[in-house]
Design a protein around this ligand. Structure first.
Ligand code: SF4
Length: 182
């Protein structure tokens, strides 16, 4: 994947936005290049920045737990984020950072051609759907846009602060299999 993205730029040395100043590693994504399901989060956190891999910290452990409960093997899905570099103090990425990074994500979607895309949290959902998303009302729904099918759900980090959300998230994640079945 890095080689493919390097065709549009040298992603590992990307200078396109100021997140280049605070990153340790560019976190491109992980998973098979022919994955049927793609998961998109917000941005790398501290552990992801250190290791250069997405979802390897506390949110990653929640993600693993949710995927397992939904009967999905993490090895079968491609996981990435809206921006590939960690924002300072884990703040949400600014609009111009999202915009600067978007060509990489578009290329990933084009190359992988997933059957369904799972939007993990508000930043991912609002960026990909191009509108405001009310997570409390819209989580668990499938939306079609520009030839892609998106499942909206909470970011797995939400479970760190509110463990009671787990059952809700498990129900959402079970719909990932439905995305594949159709
Ligand atoms: S966040 Fe994206 S656009 Fe910004 S420096 Fe990193 S790879 Fe480049």
């Amino acid at each position: 994947m890095v080689q493919i993205l390097n065709k549009i730029d040298d992603v590992l040395h990307c200078p396109r936005c100021d997140l280049k100043l605070s990153r340790t590693n560019v976190v491109v994504g992980s998973g098979p290049i022919n994955a049927k399901i793609m998961l998109i989060g917000e941005a790398p956190g501290k552990n992801e920045d250190k290791q250069g891999q997405p979802f390897v910290g506390a949110a990653g452990r929640n993600l693993n737990e949710l995927l397992e409960e939904a009967g999905i093997d993490r090895k079968d899905v491609y996981i990435t984020n809206i921006v590939k570099c960690r924002p300072p103090e884990n703040r949400p990425p600014f609009d111009y950072e999202v915009e600067a990074c978007h060509p990489y994500l578009q290329k990933q979607i084009e190359v992988i051609g997933p059957k369904g895309i799972v939007l993990l949290g508000k930043t991912a959902a609002e960026t990909m759907l191009g509108r405001k998303v009310e997570m409390g009302k819209e989580h668990g729904t499938v939306v079609e846009k520009d030839g892609h099918r998106y499942l909206i759900t909470y970011h797995p980090a939400a479970m760190i602060y509110k463990r009671t959300l787990k059952d809700t998230l498990v129900e959402d994640y079970k719909k990932i299999s439905a995305l594949l079945a159709e």
